[in-house]
Design a protein around this ligand. Sequence first.
Ligand code: GSH
Length: 221
Amino acid sequence: MTIQISAFRWVPPFAQGHVRDLRVRWALEEAGLPYEATLLSRDDQASHDYRAWQPFGQVPAYRDGQVEMFESGAILLHLARKSPALAPPDDAGQARTASWVLAALNSIEPFVQGLASIDYFHAGEAWTEQRRPQVVEMLDKRLGALSGWIDGKDYLDGDFSAGDLNMATVLRSVPDDLMTRFPVLAAYRSKCLARPAFSRALEAQMKPFREHAPAPTPSKA
Ligand SMILES: N[C@@H](CCC(=O)N[C@@H](CS)C(=O)NCC(=O)O)C(=O)O
């Protein structure tokens, strides 16, 4: 069967281009594996059928006729075993790629999300005045370590891999004012995001959002 992934039919503009099915779409594009997206509405997310595929009602989920699975990182690792475009085929290369896929999710993304949560969902709230500098400091520390690792290298570990793909999608959400402090990381992020497979994946996520955009509410005259 053709690979199927789940994605949203429509999300609000702030989330468009950032939904996690992008990571799986990008990996599939890099690997040259054709796929179809099953587009979900809010009701579909809560349905019994979808919860049997993704227990939390989130996207992405994945199936290919042999496996049915969820969690974007797990899906990337599954695809990395299938395609040399996403990881070296030997055990050592697969293990290194797994380390970087998980490092993006566990060692960098929580700090990026901590800052995004303050800036987007709690902006202006009194408690953020004390908390934000601490969150920036923690993120700054992780970005500094990552920058030190990448300095002098093209990618995280040899050739481009699923680890770079996941890391670049996480780094996309680092605010520009923070990223400018790390020119090595900024250049690395730009290089990854300039890959044609990323553009195709982004367009594939965005197209349904344009097609299913809610009709504008009439303004009161
Ligand atoms: N750990 C999960 C997180 C998935 C996730 O947070 N998906 C978001 C979109 S990026 C979602 O479906 N949000 C809707 C919801 O939680 O109801 C993964 O990486 O696959």
